[in-house]
Design a binder for this molecule. Structure first.
Ligand code: ZN
Length: 68
């Protein structure tokens, strides 16, 4: 499962408008330390209020379907 490359290129962090990187089931903004979950149908959820803290996503090994 991965987000299409073309889509990744146009997506930006909604908070800082910076670049985001795909990491497993998340799109990560290192600047804001936020991880935006990519939903099952490969659609990224780019809402700031839905974003995970990067620390938490790291603990979940960038899988949001993992029970912590
Ligand atoms: Zn950002």
């Amino acid at each position: 499962m991965s987000v299409k490359k073309e889509l990744l290129e146009i997506l930006a962090c909604p908070k800082c408008k910076g670049d985001i990187q795909e990491k497993s089931m998340f799109l990560v903004c290192k600047k804001c330390k936020l991880a935006y979950p990519v939903l099952d149908n490969d659609v990224p959820d780019m809402l700031i209020e839905d974003a995970w803290k990067l620390e938490k996503a790291e603990k979940a090994k960038f899988k949001h379907n993992l029970e912590l």
